[in-house]
Design a protein around this ligand. Structure first.
Ligand code: THU
Length: 137
């Protein structure tokens, strides 16, 4: 599976976003260790604070279907004008199930399937003092 394919799957998933309040659709695609891909889209709520980001939807779906180890994460934000990386809450949740080396690809909104940012979980969440208390991935 190439990162372009994973990004394209994230983009396809962004179409399922439920984002009537922000109008900002996000799709995430997680490449699991077994080679399968789990996707998620953001789900907003009229009580705004209950919104769930695409990344956490993907993690929750993967973990609750028995997939707890991953090879890569791709994120698509077709409504963005600027690069978008996971929010702080998502970084913490992703890091529970991913080692610092896990590659994270953030799509260039102007070029579907092409990454604008290529980073890692460790770069997104440095100085993670609680890392040793979590699972060992
Ligand atoms: N959002 C995500 O789903 N993932 C991100 O990485 C950034 C933010 C969602 C939350 C909300 O529904 C909308 O994008 C605007 O913040």
């Amino acid at each position: 599976m190439t990162k372009e394919t994973l990004l394209q799957m994230a983009r396809n998933t962004a179409a399922f976003a439920y984002a009537p309040y922000s109008g900002f659709r996000v799709g995430a695609a997680l490449l699991c260790s077994d080679g399968s891909v789990v996707t998620g889209a953001n789900i907003e709520n009229r009580s705004y604070g209950l919104t769930i980001c695409a990344e956490r939807v993907a993690i929750a779906t993967a973990v609750s279907t028995g997939r707890t180890t991953f090879r890569a994460l791709a994120i698509s934000t077709p409504d963005a004008n600027e690069p978008v990386a996971p929010c702080g809450a998502c970084r913490q949740v992703i890091s529970e199930f991913a080692p610092p080396e896990l590659p994270v690809y953030c799509e260039d909104p102007q070029r579907p399937g092409v990454e604008l940012i290529q980073t890692t979980v460790g770069e997104l969440l440095p100085f993670d003092s609680l890392q040793g208390l979590g699972n060992d991935h």
